[in-house]
Design a protein around this ligand. Sequence first.
Ligand code: ADP
Length: 709
Amino acid sequence: MDHSEKIEILKQVSFLESISETELNCFLAECETVSLQPKEVFFEEGSYSETMYVVLSGEVEIYKENKQIATRKQGDFFGEMALLESEPRSASVRACTKTFLLEISKKQFESFLVSNSKIVLAILKSLSGRSREELEVINWGFMELRKSEHRYRGIVEAISDIVFQVDPDGRIVFVNSAVSLLGYDPIQLAGQPFTSFIGAEDEDFPYPLILTKRVGKRSTLNQEVTLKLSKNSDRPDTSITLLMSSFGLWDNPDQNLKKKESQKQFLGTVIVGRDITERKKSEETLQKAHDELEFRVKERTAKLAQSNNALQDEVKVHMGTLKKLQKAKDEAERASQAKSEFMSRMSHELRTPLNAILGFSQLLSMNPINMTPVQRDDIGLIGKAGRHLLDLINEVLDLSSIEKGKMEICQQSVDVDRVLEDVVLLLKPLADKRNIQIVKNLSKESGPIIFVDIQRFKQVLINLISNAVKYNYENGTITIGRYKLPQGKIRIDIEDTGLGIPFESRSEIFEPFNRLAVNPSLIEGTGVGLSITKYLVELMGGAITVESTLGEGSCFSVEFNEEEPSANQNLQVQGRSIVEPVKKGATSQFTLLYIEDNTESQMLMEQIIAKRPTVRYLSAPNMQLGIDLAQMHCPDLIVLDIDLPDINGIEGFEMLKNIEETKEIPVVALSANAMPHQIAEAMAAGFMKYLVKPLEIKKFLEMLDGMSG
Ligand code: ADP
């Protein structure tokens, strides 16, 4: 910018209009020109220099605390107040664009301009014009402020929280209409001390906290306070719980407070209170419910603990009872064991004399020629009584096995019709004696197969058919029916035309030792057969039932599951000898060695063998002697008792097997030990046969004949 351009601009400056060009040239020559870059701060508020400026080109803005107050363009002037009063600058100035300024110092102003009253007047005129403008701006700003205050007040009035503004002396400056919650009129409260409004009697009220001067994070947050309600409040309660937050009001913005040196003035406190009475109540209700629950839980736990203790006591008592029971059970088991041992011992002890009784009576009845008819009858009676005793022993033994749960069965596929044939054949002589007819009513289809223990199945049929004979009338009938039922069942009916069973006694007859016959002594029996029969049938997976009409007859039915026909191939036939009889040499005499300690049994055997004069008889009263005799004479058959005084028969048999001369000799056991496990043990040792005392002489002789040829 050259000199003439500057002169042209200065001519336009209001207060320089009255100066001649020559004077302007002199003035310009005296003054400095300042150049400013855009945004460059020229001077700041509070700085001090006694200069004023004329804008030659560009534009500057005058601002206070970052707020623009005015702009000055080409031909405008600023900073004149520094020439009139010696005060620091009241505002800051920075360039808006690239700007050139003419700097007029106090000295230059006084020497060139102040003497010209027109200039001073022009400056004053433009200053008053500016004041008017500023006044309008202030007025507009004030209006804006009013509007803004109105707006904020509207918001403050609309919220449900109570908002107080309190002055530094603690007097209420403003409160919104939400204060009516407490029963107060906001206008009445204005000017009143906040403390008296709260209620002076409340010593615990945290005044210092609520009437805080603090701002930001250190201000009071969510302080729970309880206030008394005014009598005018239409709320049902007498007090209200507010959550109060408050902060101090200061004339300076927050950022300035951080500067220690900055001046700040406390203007009072703003307090915001939120009604939490309902929330509090529900919290209290909840707490109460919780406490109650806790109480109940405690109570319940205590009761539970009590009943637990009682239960534990009871358990202790039960444990005691259990121990006693266990003891009783152990004792019972011991007693049962003792009983079983006693039974087995008794059976053995009874069988041995019975062997003599039955044996000698059989021998006598085999040779009846020298006897009178009375003697013959007596012998018959001895035999009959002996057999009855034997039946009783056998059944009682079975019963004891059942009670011990030790009844052993060996199930196999069995042809029902074949077994029926066998049993009928066996019992026919018994039926014939009483002229009772046995009718078989077997359905035509091929004989069904069932899976049972053949011996036990036979025992069942023998029991039922022999009962049908025993409890029948003379000339009566027994009908044996065998039916295939649906669902793969086989039923066998044994129906008689006999005495029948009273209705009320039907279930009792399966109990041991229950005999129902009108005069039981007339019919032989022990009262045990049916209970064993029922047990055996059920053990083999079957069922037994009875139908009966008193005086007309009874029908016993047993039912078993039928087996698939393919299983038919492996049918087992009962009772074959394991070892074929040894053929004796043609020249030497057949020798039998009987090893037995019981004298009666020895005598009986001697007399039996006497019936076969071709057989040589040797006997030994103990095992050792028996072995010696066997080695010496190499007998064709050894009959060996098991319970021998020196060596047990089974051990003795093992010894015989280990001696060259005796190892091939067939050995038959003859013992009063009739328990199935005793028999099984002996058979497993390799005996040719196991005969149980009392000896059936006829069968024994048949065996002997077969061997001796
Ligand atoms: P036992 O025949 O040895 O007395 P059981 O146990 O076989 O014993 O039978 C028990 C009782 O049931 C018999 O004493 C008899 O009173 C009755 N009983 C059994 N079978 C028949 C039947 N077929 N008819 C009438 N009564 C019977």
